[in-house]
Write a protein that binds this ligand. Structure first.
Ligand SMILES: [Zn+2]
Length: 446
């Protein structure tokens, strides 16, 4: 199918207008009303659908580019305005760069992501393929319907739906491929991903075989384009400490450099971190890295347990830490990064009801080490680019501060050569900034 460039540009202009309007409406939602989180999610979904459409349009191949386009070096310059005239180049160093330009910039910056769940990165296309392959074909509408959830229960159902698409270890290769597409689309060069084996094992899949499939794929991807993926096995609090210890023992048996540690995920209120102190101790003494979801659904006392009893090296969410200045100080002094997931926290809605109130601004100003993440990109219909954009749009983070956060994100990873990784990312940030006519002012790039 071919379309006229003018039609595409018009559609992009309409998308930009709609996104701005939806963002404006969303920002007017009252805080702390029970209906606000689900309405916000609807807005987010709508906005992200539009942004995804925009990305697809921008990625279209030009068969006969008009001459005026060939004289321009950056394609973002053709985004807005009257397309019949030569568009004016836009610069990020101007007073009020368009939100779209900021988004394009954020998308182009190289990043790391360390709090995301494998099941939540599977594209609907891959799901459709897997269900069909495994003898249970579904239409696109049926799949779409599954993702149209309104509450936490519906959210959990989506996870089950994705897990049910996997019938044999080989299917995990498709999940990793789908993850790779997501990482590429957001220029994420290094990621640490949670893999939760409990449900698959319950369904009769062999742990070692699953790991073999994933590791093979991860190595293949590294050879293709250098994208690095590491796995943290979610020992999961939903199945109890004994199951967690069994999972840990499985991890200890398969020694692959790609499997770097364990995470404690699952329903926080059903499984306090302190019940898993022994699992963490064995993991730590065996040289594995350890992280825990904590303080998203429970108060700061739960985070204290995660960092003191379990000695988790990073904490996922920690939105309730803001209630306890002592805890904030402890995490800062002991360099325990928080894995921030703004969209996810607003959806869960326990301590944060809207982006503007997210404690990430406070944590940043207090000097806590942070990392920005999506948690469940496909399920929430978000991506890492947009998570950074939310910081810019709703929490007054400047572009310099965002670059600083990207740097903090690098040093919050378990990458064995963080300095080297940052040097590489830093050089790329300089290049991207130059392309966007932006001069970072902070000493982060010193
Ligand atoms: Zn999570």
């Amino acid at each position: 199918m071919s379309s006229k460039l003018k039609e595409i540009l018009n559609r992009i202009a309409i998308i930009d207008r709609d996104v701005t309007e939806l963002n404006r409406l969303k920002s007017r939602l009252p805080a702390d009303r029970p209906y606000s989180p689900s309405l916000q999610l609807s807005f987010d979904k709508q906005i992200n659908n539009l942004l995804n459409e925009r990305i697809a349009l921008m990625d279209l191949e030009l068969i006969k580019p008009p001459s005026w386009l060939l004289t321009k070096k950056d394609d973002f310059e053709i985004i807005s305005g009257d397309v019949s005239k030569e568009p004016k180049p836009e610069s990020l160093s101007g007073d009020r760069p368009s939100e779209q330009l900021v988004l394009d910039f954020l998308r182009a910056l190289p990043k790391t992501e360390i709090h995301l769940h494998l099941e939540a990165c599977v594209s609907k296309k891959t799901l459709k393929f897997l269900y069909e392959k495994n003898g249970n074909p579904l239409t696109e509408e049926e799949i779409e319907e599954k993702f149209n959830f309104k509450d936490l229960m519906g959210f959990i159902q989506v996870f089950f739906f994705v897990q049910s698409s996997v019938k044999e270890p080989g299917d995990l290769a498709y999940l990793i491929e789908s993850l790779h597409d997501y990482l590429k689309a957001n220029n994420i060069v290094y990621s640490e991903v949670f893999f939760a084996p409990s449900k698959f094992i319950q369904n009769g899949l062999d742990f070692d075989e699953m790991v073999e499939v994933m590791v093979r794929k991860i190595r293949e991807i590294k050879n293709i384009d250098g994208t690095e993926i590491r796995i943290l096995v979610d020992v999961s609090r939903s199945f109890g400490p004994e199951n967690a210890m069994n999972n840990l023992n499985r991890v200890l048996k398969v020694r692959h450099p790609e499997i770097i540690g364990i995470g404690l995920g699952g329903a926080e209120l059903m499984g306090p971190a302190k019940d898993y102190a022994e699992v963490f101790q064995v993991a730590r003494e065996s040289g594995l890295r350890t992280v825990a979801h904590s303080g998203e659904d429970d108060g700061p006392w739960a985070i204290w347990d995660a960092v003191r009893l379990c000695k988790a090296e990073r904490v996922g969410h920690a939105t309730s830490a803001i209630q306890d200045p002592e805890l904030v100080k402890y995490m800062k002094d002991n360099h325990i990064p928080i894995e921030i997931c703004v969209t996810s926290n607003v959806f869960t809605g326990k301590y944060v009801r809207k982006e503007q109130n997210h404690p990430v601004r406070y944590y940043y100003d207090q000097g806590l080490p942070l990392s920005i993440n999506t948690d469940d990109p496909v399920i929430f219909n978000v991506n890492l680019t947009y998570e950074y954009f939310k910081l810019y749009r709703f929490l007054d983070f400047s572009l310099d501060e965002i670059i600083d956060l990207i740097k903090q994100g690098v040093f919050a990873t378990f990458h064995p050569e963080k300095e080297k990784l940052w040097t590489r990312i830093e050089a790329e940030i300089r290049k991207v900034s130059e392309n966007f006519d932006y001069q970072p002012k902070l000493p982060v790039l010193a």
